[in-house]
Design a protein around this ligand. Structure first.
Ligand code: 5AD
Ligand code: FES
Length: 350
């Protein structure tokens, strides 16, 4: 198996059957071998820097009904909220003081935020913070809408593909949602010029190794700037309430693989990873990750943006998370970088 890791390291890819073999034969010793290589590649490209993104969860209204997600429209128990433009700008101002140079506006697919409202918010943030990168993450939109956001100043877009296997996609989403559309969105975003992030959940119901292999092949094909992966975690008011959560070891193993597959990719150690295991984010960095995305949302709305149960940091202020993370990252020998944290091949471009 180490030979497969060597090949992946050298050629930045494997055949589907090889990926399958590697994933199915993982063990602690093999993981350590993989993580050491992944850390070396991470350090070659980004040194010991870990990039922070300030996450602002600005609406939990959503027109979609994904079976796994706590803010799906059928969840009548979710207490819905929206942040005003002023509240969003306040979050950014506070984040800037704390050393954030990039903000992620994330929300459900909420019709209240028309193109006009969104572009107005985007312009205002970029006007107040011209030295910051702005990421949008509000789901599937038309080419023209993505273009309008980009022209208003958005730099990056996150849209997880969730699973690259069509049948599996159909078992996680109602039939109006199509993998084909999601992939088209990702290609549109790249064409427009965004730094693009895709990603998937690990251990979602009905997922098998073949699905994960397809995810990896899709990553190689799309060649995104960012990849967000984390464990699936059940939410008590969804159809998947009784399912079991994704596995820590498998998430870490995939982070290591992705670091070798796409050496310069920006790869977060996600909040979900920190939720299934107390040091999950640290282990994510040590497996090849190089980004963390602490929450900048106002404290009183945090518990309402509950995609899954037991989400961490919902009772903490932004400043507390910022300092907590600094301690955690330094403890494992890395440091938080006060920069936009652009993809290495794009540095210098704004
Ligand atoms: N468990 C883990 N991740 C989830 N997401 C949504 N619901 C869950 C869940 N129950 C992830 C999806 C989405 C991102 C914002 O959060 O991958 O793209
Ligand atoms: Fe939020 Fe530790 S990162 S409290």
């Amino acid at each position: 198996m180490k030979k497969l890791i060597d090949k992946l390291h050298k050629t930045r890819g494997l055949e589907p059957a090889e990926f399958k073999e590697l994933i199915n034969n993982r063990c602690p010793e093999l993981s350590e071998y993989l993580f050491a290589k992944a850390r070396a590649v991470q350090t070659e490209n980004y040194g010991q820097d870990v990039y922070i993104r300030g996450l602002i969860e600005f609406t939990n209204y959503c027109k979609n009904d994904c079976y796994y997600c706590g803010i799906r429209k059928s969840n009548v128990k979710a207490e819905r909220y929206r942040l005003t433009k002023e509240q969003i700008l306040q979050c950014c101002a506070m984040g800037y003081e704390l050393g954030f140079r990039t903000f992620v506006l994330q929300g459900g697919e909420d019709g209240h935020y028309t193109d006009e409202r969104m572009t107005d918010i985007i312009r205002a943030i970029k006007k107040n913070h011209p030295d910051c990168a702005l990421t949008i993450s509000i789901g599937e939109k038309s080419y023209d809408t993505y273009k309008a956001f980009f022209e208003a100043g958005a730099d990056r877009y996150l849209l997880r593909h969730e699973t690259a296997n069509e049948e599996h996609y159909g078992r996680l989403h109602p039939q109006q949602m199509l993998l084909k559309n999601r992939k088209q969105c990702l290609y549109d975003l790249k064409k427009i010029g965004y730094q693009v992030g895709c990603g998937f959940m690990v251990g979602s119901p009905f997922q098998n190794t073949d699905c994960l292999v397809e995810d990896l092949m899709f990553l190689k094909e799309l060649n995104p700037h960012m990849v967000g992966i984390g464990p699936f975690i059940p939410h008590h008011d969804t159809p998947f309430a009784g399912e079991k959560a994704g596995d820590l070891e498998l998430v870490l193993f995939l982070i290591g693989i992705i670091r070798l597959l796409l050496p310069t990719v920006l790869l977060p150690a996600t909040t979900a990873l920190g939720t299934i295991y107390p040091e999950g984010r640290e282990l994510g960095i040590l497996a090849g990750g190089n980004v963390v995305m602490p929450n900048l949302s106002p404290k009183d709305v945090r518990k309402k943006y509950l995609l899954y149960d037991n989400k961490i940091c919902t009772g903490d202020e932004a400043a507390e998370c910022r300092h907590c993370l600094q301690g955690r990252i330094e403890k494992i020998g890395y440091k938080i970088a006060v920069t936009r944290g652009d993809h290495i091949l794009l540095k210098g471009k704004t």
